[in-house]
Design a protein around this ligand. Sequence first.
Ligand code: PRP
Length: 219
Amino acid sequence: MKDITIALAKGRLAKKALGIFEQIGITCDEMKDESSRKLIFTNEERKLKFFLAKATDVPTYVEYGAADIGIVGKDTIMEEARKLYEVIDLGIGRCRMCVAGPPQAKELLQHGALIRVATKYPRIARDYFYNKKHQTAEIIKLNGSIELAPIVGLSEVIVDIVETGSTLRENGLEVLEEICPLSARMVVNQVSMKMEHDRISDMIVRLRNIVQGQEGGRL
Ligand code: PRP
């Protein structure tokens, strides 16, 4: 039997994702050792391999089949636009993709003015401004601390993830428009879905039950 390889986006999401896998009896204790520099972990008994990757690389590993399965945020899935199947909303890492800026920038969003938009997510920003709002926008790609851009005059607004909203608040910015809700998703390589159909579908069914159970508990 071939190993099934699962790529997890590094960071907060990985821990929560491992928690969900544990609930269906898939454990990988070795992976919890944060001091370890090991990159790939094996669960011999279940014929599974796990590895941690930078979030933006997870869809790439899955599209090329280097990982059969990936756990990654919807933001990254949308931005990378890779060929893969998105099979489950895991309901973890919930946040929102928003247009944010100083309160006075709201007016610029209402009158279709040329606007500068700083973001880590140029594809999402372009799609929103060009295809949904039909507003001419100059999209400026940044790699982090996006909230700085309107403060130092690089852009009028930003497109970024808002979770608690505290980064915006502490910098005198606010949500001006909401683009879409986000959460972590399970994605599957298109060939693996056929070749390993039974094992992967079984995993999907069991994970869906866990996720639905948790959603039920929250209601
Ligand atoms: C993300 C995002 C915001 C912040 C939002 O940044 O880009 O800056 O979290 O969270 P909040 O609404 O709870 O304040 P991240 O920590 O990923 O770092 P980055 O600045 O490098 O993008």
